[in-house]
Write a protein that binds this ligand. Structure first.
Ligand SMILES: NC(=O)c1ccc[n+]([C@@H]2O[C@H](COP(=O)([O-])OP(=O)(O)OC[C@H]3O[C@@H](n4cnc5c(N)ncnc54)[C@H](O)[C@@H]3O)[C@@H](O)[C@H]2O)c1
Ligand SMILES: [Zn+2]
Length: 293
């Protein structure tokens, strides 16, 4: 199934404090029972300074995300992407895990969380010490050659791009999700891309673009994790992207309770046993303290 967007959820009425407290208690009970599989999204990293697409600070009104078809089919689109991404990458590389990532790592360490699947490409779960993590949509800190399949560190490409573009400068007008930034169009034409050092092929960040399939083996692995879970905990995702939402549908199909912590509505709400509408940086440390002491 291609990674594609679908209709977003209708707005959720504002949560009152008593309802939030009751939902947090129900969530703590679910987590204390163990066997939790986490499905995280961009909302978990906003408190680390990486914007999401659809939250209140979301960037969906700005640049449309790059599609696989545009990237592979249009050298100019590719050049523009790398120019923007070359600058945006610095912001992602500088980001540090927040209290939410650390709380998930603690729950994992204590064995209550048995699997972590993230839609994020920023590596912040791992930076907080959580292992293993399934990077459903890949990692921005790796680069893939579309011709020979070689994977290489993003840092290496960063050096090569900096050398090839010494003197090239552009004014960043906005920072977008996925390590992308908005730039005025004109300076992009002076940007030079570089090719694979092994075969001269086309380089792409090792992330699943919109319009591209998540590798089948990775999806199967996540299916197994969810099917063996006692509960599925969604953190900071609108679930607008089907490649994440399908795990909520799978859990619901098997009668596995779904809990969601997200500010604002998600497509998973109708399937959820527990919904907490509050900031993750507040909810998750309290949850970890309650569940593991
Ligand atoms: N950090 C990253 O790696 C990153 C960032 C942006 C987008 N992406 C990619 O884009 C896709 C976006 O889909 P998505 O569902 O993950 O994100 P999304 O932007 O569609 O939804 C994020 C949700 O999180 C909520 N949110 C934001 N900050 C929050 C906070 N502090 N506490 C609680 N809730 C908060 C928002 O209100 C929103 O509903 C993903 O598939 C991902 O690959 C990745
Ligand atoms: Zn190559």
């Amino acid at each position: 199934m291609a990674r594609a967007t679908a209709t977003a959820a209708p707005p959720r009425p504002a949560a009152d404090p008593a309802a939030t407290a009751a939902a947090c208690a129900a969530l703590a009970e679910l987590v204390a029972a163990g066997g939790v599989v986490v499905l995280s999204g961009a909302g978990l990293s906003t408190e680390s300074g990486i914007p999401d697409y659809r939250g209140p600070t979301g960037a969906s009104r700005r640049a449309a995300p790059m599609t696989y078809q545009a990237f592979t089919g249009d050298p100019l689109a590719r050049r523009r992407y790398w120019a923007r991404s070359h600058l945006g990458w610095r912001l992602v590389a500088r980001a540090r895990p927040n209290a939410g990532h650390h709380a998930v790592a603690r729950l994992r360490e204590r064995g209550l969380v048995t699997g972590i699947v993230t839609q994020n490409v920023d590596g912040l779960h791992q930076a907080a010490g959580a292992r293993p993590v399934v990077d459903l949509h890949g990692r921005l800190d790796r680069v893939l050659c579309l011709d020979c399949g070689r994977r290489s560190p993003r840092e290496e490409l960063d050096h090569r791009l900096s050398e090839a573009n010494a003197g090239w400068q552009a004014e960043v007008t906005a920072v977008n999700p996925d390590g992308d930034v908005d730039l005025p169009d004109a300076p992009l034409d002076g940007f030079r891309t570089v090719d694979c050092t092994a075969c001269g092929g086309v380089l792409k960040p090792d992330v699943v673009f919109f319009g591209e399939n998540v590798p089948a083996e990775r999806v199967r692995h996540c299916h197994g994790l969810v099917e063996r879970a006692r509960s599925l905990l969604v953190l900071g995702s609108s679930l607008t992207v089907m490649s994440g939402h399908r795990f909520v549908l799978l859990a619901a199909k098997h009668g596995i309770p779904v809990a969601i912590v997200n500010q604002g509505a998600t497509r998973g709400d109708p399937y959820a046993a527990v919904v907490v509408d509050a900031p993750l940086g507040r909810v998750l440390p309290a949850l970890a303290a309650r569940a593991v002491g």
